[in-house]
Ligand binder design. Sequence first.
Ligand code: ATP
Ligand code: MG
Length: 443
Amino acid sequence: MSQELPPSRMDKLVAVKGMNDVLPPDSARWEWLEERVRTLMTRYAYSNIRTPIVEPTALFVRGTGESTDIVEKEMYSFEDKLNGESLTLRPENTPGVVRAAIEHNLTYGGGRRLYYMGPMFRHERPQRGRYRQFYQLGAEALGFPGPELDAELILLVHNLFADLGLRNVRVELNSLGLPEERQRHRQALIGYFSQHLEALDGEARRRLHSNPLRILDTKNPAMLSLVQGAPQLLDYLGDDSLLHFETVKTLLAACNVRWEINPRLVRGLDYYSHTVFEFATDELGAQGALCGGGRYDGLFEALGGRSTPAVGWGMGLERVLELLKTQGQDNVGPSLDVYAVIAEPSILPHAMSALQALRALGVSIQMNAAQSHGLGSMKSQFKKADASGARFALVFGVDEMQNKAVAVKSLRDGKGEQVVRSLTDLPDWALTLQSPPNLQPGK
Ligand code: ATP
Ligand code: MG
């Protein structure tokens, strides 16, 4: 293996292509979103699970599927230097969650509802809404065979999007039925595509016999009309599968969720069954898929566990934030109660101990700090106080300190109003602030 030369001291190191820093103030939008997610997951009784970012490569080869884009060309795999084992940065997290469920017997004695949030890695061509490190939120219901769980998971996403204020997101549904039913459909597909060999692109030709269902999922516009004329899986479903699908639709309708059937929505892997769904928008160009999911009753067995029905979804958080921005929600910020103006360094001990006590009561405070010597003029400190977006400035001046007091100046409602309070009164004043939650939309 060739050893790369260390960069010279003059080289500027930059992030890996397709992997982004999340910086303030944008990071506040992420925290706001994550907060909303956690609240909602609690409402649906989903518990958090955190699995490793690195897993054995074999987990994804078996769990994501050999003939998928992910395993064929998108994985970051490397050899563990110590024992030569092939490891992979997780490209998705369902296999990891199922591996953990098997390893720790999580579904013993009942089902489990779980959710995760974290980075995933895929070696794709970076573009808007498509990155090499991106964040997924996912929910998985393990050990439940019924269609009510498929519906619950779709309702969860619907509820989250409504709560965030997202508009113009459509829900697409399809059913993959059971493996036997897909087998008959598969033969019909191979027959159909074999008659149109000249219209297939290279990828489709390769998949014709290995995984013809995946051809339906093509992103090649030249093949769209061919794919639209292909035999539809829904026509091959038996009574039980149709009933499962009908029940999902009835439950969604009962909760006023609209959907459309998309016969091209397929997951070309044997362990999928019954419901598959996607949440998508037309407002993000080609990267319009926000959330994809479905039932995967065969995955536990494929990973060496006991047969366990399961259903889940994964959502791309960059795309959700991007759509929120497109729709005008882009100024979520942390709410700041107080900016502390401090006249001179000798006041710092007195001021910082007062601020410490206020923070213990839940007040959020940004203390003035100068970039050079001293603390900066009062004028420049007040300017910074205004720019901070805080509700109040607390002014620790020389006179105030001698009187064991502080001036409280309003920066928003009744702007400019100033009241001198004794330090002993400050805790009572803090209680009147009734701090709103630390993160709120807008300022
Ligand atoms: P796409 O069709 O856009 O490639 P996918 O079918 O590969 O999506 P899934 O594996 O189902 O996507 O992942 C679930 C969600 O994760 C997607 O709906 C999307 O929002 C998001 N996602 C997938 N790949 C990326 C990526 N490279 N960058 C950012 N988000 C992504
Ligand atoms: Mg993809």
